[in-house]
Write a protein that binds this ligand. Structure first.
Ligand SMILES: [Zn+2]
Ligand SMILES: [Zn+2]
Length: 169
């Protein structure tokens, strides 16, 4: 089923949360952009001409999502789900009646998106990432998340999200 990712090295089944192939032992990461399991070399990989590295929560939380590489390693980001989670833990809420942009509603990152649709997750992410991008830009840094999630990617993220939801905890 859709849950079955494949180790690109030995083509063995790889669970979606795999950090390492249980068959050949190769280090693995999940690339959302291509919705594929990627073999890592020194915790990095090139996918579609771009450099990807493990999310900063790979160690602490065992997260296997890949994030775009940053020349400066200290600037490396958490992945989308980790960033929403961190925002929630900090109590961050974007109040629609206080922000200067046109938010459609209060944006409060949820404890879990397991029961949310991918559209709901991406809608929250759109506003939260816009906020972080503005903070970074105000500090003279590059945007935290310099990507537009187009329909194609949203579709792929929907695929991954569906996979995540289907796995019993
Ligand atoms: Zn393998
Ligand atoms: Zn992560």
């Amino acid at each position: 089923m859709v849950r079955a990712f494949i180790c690109p090295e030995c083509h063995a089944f790889a669970a979606f949360e795999s950090n390492r192939c249980t068959s050949c032992g190769g280090p693995l990461g999940l690339c959302l952009a291509t919705r594929s399991m990627v073999l890592l070399d020194d915790d990095a990989a090139v996918v579609d001409g771009k450099q990807w590295v493990r999310c900063t929560q790979a160690g602490p939380l065992g997260c296997n999502w890949l994030v775009p590489a940053e020349a400066d390693p200290a600037a490396r980001g958490r992945c989308l789900s980790d960033t929403l989670d961190t925002s929630r833990e900090a109590g961050m809420v974007l109040h629609a009646d206080r922000v200067r942009f046109n938010a459609p509603r209060d944006i409060a990152p949820r404890e879990s998106y397991a029961d949310a649709s991918i559209e709901e997750l991406l809608a929250d992410w759109k506003w939260v990432s816009m906020f972080f991008n503005r903070v970074n830009t105000a500090m003279g840094k590059n945007p935290l998340y310099p990507f537009e999630i187009g329909n194609g990617v949203a579709e792929k993220l929907g695929f991954v999200h569906k996979v995540v939801k289907e796995v019993p905890l």
